[in-house]
Design a protein. Structure first.
Lengths: 335, 332
C-alpha cells in the first residue's frame, strides 16, 4: 500500500494537535520532553518548531502540570498536557479529579474546564509494574471527566480533535503498543468524531466482543479466528468509557445474546465488570451468556513469559469463547 | 516580624486617601462580622458540614486584594471566606452559599470550602491544601500566553509549604517567569501542630532558593500588607516572574469548627489579640488620617446591621431543587 494511504497512530495524534493548534490560538500543549525532544514516544516532534511558546517542556512535576492545565483552562486557554506514562497520572490526580472534573458542576456552571490530558498506557512492552498499567477504571468513576481511548489511527485523530474542542476535561489514553501501527486512511472520514459514541467495528451474530483501545484490535483478530471455527463474532469498540454508550452495546447484545467484555486489567473493580453490570440490569432478558476476559489480580510482571500470559490476547479470547459456546452447545444437545 | 514603618516599600499605588483607608477597615470588619455570623449560624444548624474561619487574618487578604486590578485572578483555600469578600464576592451570595441556598454564589453546590466566582476573578477556593497554588500558576500561564497584563494570586497557609503543589508550582512558575504572586499566610500552625515542628528551615528560604522574589510582612497590618503586596504584584506584572509574600498572622479561632485550639501556647492568643488587624487598623486610621474612632464604631454598627439583613434574606431564600439539578458535563 502506498505510504500516503496509511496513517501511523503517533502521527495521527501529532496531526490532531497541530490541526487544533492551527485552528484555535488558545490551544497550548505541554509536558515532559514534549517540546524540543518531541516526546519519549516520538509523538510530538515538530510542534515546538511550528508553534513556539505554545509548546512547553515542563519539569517532572505531574501535579503542577495537571493543576496548571486546570488553572489555565478556567481562565481562557485550552491546554493539552502529556503525562508520559499513564501510571504517573496518579501524581496528577488531585487536580484532575478534585479541581478539573468538578469545576463545571460545583461552580454552578459558571465556567467549564476545557483541558485534555494525554497519556501512554498499557502493557505488552516489558516495562514492568509501574509503566504498564491501564488507568481506565480509576478515571471512569469520576463524574465530570470524559475518558477516551481510541483503537485506530483514524479514530485517534478525529477523537483527539474533538477532545480538544470539548468544553469538559478529557482523559485521552493512548495504548503504547499502538503508536507504531498504521491504519488505512479513509479520505471521507469526518474531521471529528463525537465523544461517547461506540462503534460496531465488525458485524456478527453469535457473540458480541466489547473492548476499547488495543483490546479492540485483539478482539478483531479473535473474531477472525473464531470465524474460521464457525463462530460469528460482532465487535464493539466503546471508544469512550465516560460517557459510556450503553445503547450500542445493548443493541448488539440483543442481536447476539452473548457478550464478552475484554479488558486489559484486573477483573475486580474493572470497567468490564461494570459494563457487565449495566448490561445485566438493562438487558438481562437478551442474555444467554456474559463474562469478562480480564487479567490476573496481580501487578503487571516484567518477564516476557509472565507478561504474555498476563495479557488478554486474542488466543485467550478465542479459547474462552470457544469453551463457553461449545459447553453451551453440549448442554443444548445433551452431549 | 517587622514593624510597619520598617517594612514599607516604595511600591507605586500603595498610598491611599482617607476614604480608601476607611474602606480597608470596613472590608476587614465585614469579614470579621461575616465569620462571626457564619459561626453563630453554624451553631443554630443553618450552616452545615464544617467551616474554617478567617478571623484574625483579615489584613492579609484585604491588603493584598486591595492592590489588584480588574481581571486579576485569585485562588484561595478552604479558609476562603475572607479572600472571597476581599476580592469582591458579594457577601449576600457568599452567605447564601453557606446556608446552602439556591441563591448562593454556586447555587448551594459548593458550600464553605469550594466557592467560585468567575465574574469577580475568584477562580476558586480549594478544599485541599495546595490546590490554590497550582491553580493560580495555571491562571498565570493563561495571563502570560494571552497577554492580558493580569496577574494571578494564590493564597495558602504555612502548612502548604510542605505540599508537592508548593515545590512543583513555585519551580515551574519561576522557570516560565509566570505573573503569579504566592501569598503564604503564616498563622504559625499547620492545623493543630506548630509549623516549626513539621517544617525544616524557614518557609522563606524555599522561594529564595529558587531565586523567587520574596518578602515577609506583618500580616496584621493592612497598610504594611498593601505596600508589600504592591511591590510583589508589580514584580509579577512586569514579567520578572513570580513573587512570594509571607504574611505573618494568627487565627483567633480553631482550625475548623470542631477545634477548640488547645494546642496554643499559654498567653499566645491574648498577645496576638492585642495586634488584632482591626485594632491596628483603627489606630492607623486615627494616627495617619485623623479619623475619629467613633467613625470606626459607626462602620462596625453598619456592618453588623448589614450582616443581620444578609442572614435574614439568606434564611428566606429557597434551597436548591433536587429535581432541577444539573449534569456532570457542559453540553456542546
Amino acid at each position: 500500500m502506498p505510504e500516503n494511504e496509511t496513517l501511523e497512530y503517533r502521527v495521527a495524534i501529532r496531526e490532531a494537535i497541530a490541526a487544533e493548534m492551527e485552528r484555535d490560538e488558545t490551544v497550548v500543549f505541554f509536558g515532559e520532553d514534549v517540546a524540543i525532544a518531541g516526546g519519549v514516544f516520538a509523538v510530538t516532534p515538530g510542534l515546538y518548531e511550528r508553534f513556539g511558546d505554545r509548546v512547553i517542556d515542563t519539569p517532572i512535576s505531574e501535579l503542577a502540570m495537571s493543576a496548571g492545565a486546570f488553572g489555565a483552562a478556567v481562565t481562557g486557554l485550552r491546554p493539552i498536557f502529556e503525562i508520559m506514562f499513564a501510571d504517573f497520572l496518579l501524581l496528577a490526580m488531585d487536580s484532575l479529579v478534585n479541581q478539573a472534573a468538578k469545576y463545571w458542576y460545583v461552580s454552578n456552571e459558571q465556567a467549564s474546564c476545557p483541558l485534555v490530558v494525554r497519556s501512554a498506557m498499557g502493557a505488552g512492552g516489558n516495562f514492568g509494574a509501574m509503566h504498564s498499567q491501564s488507568p481506565l477504571p480509576w478515571l471512569q468513576g469520576v463524574p465530570g471527566l470524559k475518558v477516551v481511548a481510541p483503537a485506530t489511527a483514524g479514530d485517534a485523530k478525529a477523537l483527539l480533535r474533538q477532545s480538544i474542542r470539548d468544553d469538559n476535561p478529557v482523559a485521552f489514553l493512548e495504548h503504547k503498543r499502538l503508536y507504531s501501527v498504521k491504519d488505512p486512511v479513509d479520505a471521507n472520514a469526518p474531521e471529528v468524531l463525537p465523544l461517547g459514541e461506540a462503534a460496531v467495528v465488525r458485524e456478527g451474530t453469535d457473540v458480541t466482543l466489547v473492548s476499547i483501545s488495543k483490546g479492540v484490535r485483539d478482539c478483531l483478530r479473535a473474531a477472525d479466528e473464531l470465524s474460521e471455527k464457525g463462530v460469528s463474532a460482532e465487535v464493539v469498540d466503546v471508544r469512550s468509557l465516560r460517557p459510556l454508550d450503553t445503547g450500542t452495546i445493548l443493541a448488539s447484545v440483543a442481536k447476539t445474546n452473548r457478550v464478552v467484555v475484554v479488558e486489559e486489567g484486573p477483573l475486580v473493580g474493572g470497567w468490564g465488570a461494570n459494563a457487565l453490570g449495566i448490561i445485566a440490569a438493562e438487558g438481562l432478558h437478551d442474555l444467554d451468556d456474559a463474562w469478562v476476559v480480564a487479567c490476573p489480580e496481580t501487578p503487571i510482571p516484567y518477564s516476557p513469559t509472565l507478561e504474555d500470559a498476563y495479557m488478554p490476547a486474542e488466543g485467550k479470547i478465542v479459547r474462552e469463547v470457544e469453551n463457553r459456546l461449545c459447553l453451551a452447545a453440549e448442554i443444548a444437545t445433551g452431549v | 516580624m517587622s514593624d510597619t514603618d520598617t517594612t514599607r516599600s516604595k511600591a507605586p499605588g500603595a498610598e491611599i486617601d482617607a476614604a480608601g483607608a476607611r474602606e480597608l477597615y470596613r472590608r476587614m470588619r465585614l469579614i470579621r462580622t461575616f465569620e462571626d455570623t457564619v459561626q453563630s449560624q453554624f451553631q443554630k444548624g443553618n450552616v452545615h458540614g464544617t467551616t474554617h474561619l478567617y478571623s484574625g487574618q483579615e489584613a492579609s487578604g484585604v491588603g493584598v486584594c486591595s492592590m489588584l486590578r480588574d481581571g486579576d485572578k485569585v485562588a484561595a483555600t478552604y479558609r476562603g471566606h475572607g479572600h472571597s469578600i476581599a476580592h469582591g464576592v458579594s457577601p449576600q451570595k457568599l452567605m447564601d452559599e453557606m446556608l446552602g441556598r439556591a441563591t448562593g454564589a454556586c447555587g448551594g453546590r459548593a458550600g464553605s470550602m469550594n466557592v467560585v466566582d468567575q465574574e469577580n476573578g475568584l477562580i476558586g477556593c480549594f478544599g485541599i491544601v495546595g490546590g490554590s497554588i497550582g491553580a493560580a500558576t495555571g491562571a498565570a500561564l493563561s495571563q502570560k500566553l494571552l497577554g492580558t497584563g493580569n496577574v494571578a494570586v494564590a493564597f495558602f497557609g504555612d502548612g502548604t509549604s510542605n505540599q508537592a503543589y508548593f515545590h512543583e508550582s513555585l519551580n515551574w512558575a519561576q522557570i516560565e517567569k509566570l505573573p503569579v504572586v504566592f501569598v503564604c499566610e503564616n498563622n504559625l500552625y499547620m492545623e493543630f501542630t506548630p509549623i516549626e515542628n513539621v517544617t525544616a528551615g524557614a518557609i522563606g528560604s524555599r522561594p529564595l532558593a529558587m531565586g523567587i522574589h520574596y518578602q515577609q510582612v506583618d500580616g496584621n497590618d493592612v497598610f504594611a500588607v498593601r505596600e508589600a503586596a504592591g511591590e510583589a504584584i508589580e514584580h509579577a506584572r512586569s514579567g520578572a516572574g513570580p513573587a512570594f509574600l509571607e504574611t505573618m498572622t494568627y487565627r483567633f479561632v480553631g482550625h475548623s469548627r470542631s477545634d477548640p485550639g488547645k494546642y496554643r501556647k499559654p498567653g499566645e492568643l491574648d498577645e496576638w489579640k492585642k495586634r488584632d488587624p482591626l485594632i491596628l487598623g483603627r489606630r492607623a486610621l486615627e494616627e495617619r488620617y485623623g479619623i475619629d474612632p467613633g467613625r470606626c464604631d459607626q462602620i462596625d454598627a453598619e456592618v453588623a446591621k448589614e450582616l443581620e439583613e444578609i442572614v435574614e434574606r439568606g434564611l428566606a431564600s429557597p434551597f436548591p431543587d433536587p429535581e432541577s439539578d444539573g449534569k456532570e458535563f457542559k453540553d456542546a
